[in-house]
Design a protein around this ligand. Structure first.
Ligand SMILES: [Zn+2]
Length: 202
């Protein structure tokens, strides 16, 4: 039996709501969004040092950090800083405090009396390590995504195309399309492809 969280003791709690509510970033916190593959690894690496974490229905993880504590995007693949911009507002879907299990959006690491914001340096360290481990070295410069054919600043090598001259050409994908790349003989069946990234919408 888990004791009921006395919400009075929480350092912060979302406004009372019965469903996921879009709250503006930059007011109580900024957020760092990480694709599932790097987010999961970083979460493990952080261990007890993690603050509260939201997980959306696609498995994307969101850490809350102090407003203004991160000056710019970290240039890590699949990782985005969600912060207030001068010309537009960004919203994050925040589930009620009591939602602590999936598959819907929930608090993967629940808010607690001593669990709320995550230290940005530790978070960056964990995400950078996860980026290296999952995606390998960052290639120089931008690359075209095999699927959307757009240049991406966060190229993820997904395959090596065999060439007749024996020199392989590396195939890259953007963070959105990397999980969709067909690998091996069995195409991966993805029923919840994060095509539109609704949680980070602007
Ligand atoms: Zn793409």
């Amino acid at each position: 039996m888990e004791p009921t969280v006395t919400t009075r003791t929480l350092p912060w709690k979302p406004p009372p709501a019965v469903d996921v509510e879009a709250l503006p970033v930059g007011r109580w916190w900024d957020a760092v969004r990480a694709a599932p593959i790097v987010g999961e690894r970083a979460l493990k690496a952080l261990g007890d040092e993690t603050g509260a974490v939201i997980q959306d229905m696609y498995g994307t993880l969101y850490w809350l950090v102090a407003v203004g504590s991160i000056e710019r995007n970290w240039q890590l693949r699949g990782v985005r800083l969600l912060t207030e911009l001068a010309d537009e507002s960004t919203y994050l879907g925040v589930p009620p405090v009591s939602w602590t299990t999936g598959p819907k959006s929930h608090w993967r690491v629940p808010l607690g009396p001593n669990r709320y914001l995550t230290h940005p340096w530790r978070l960056r360290e964990a995400l950078a390590e996860a980026d290296r481990a999952e995606y390998g070295p960052m290639p120089e410069g931008r690359q075209l995504c095999y699927r959307c054919q757009l240049p991406t600043d966060e190229p993820i090598p997904v395959d090596v195309e065999a060439r007749t001259n024996g020199v392989g050409q590396i195939i890259y994908a953007c963070p959105t399309h990397a999980p969709l790349y067909p690998t091996g003989q069995q195409p991966r069946i993805l029923t919840s492809a994060p095509a539109s990234e609704p949680e980070g919408r602007r």
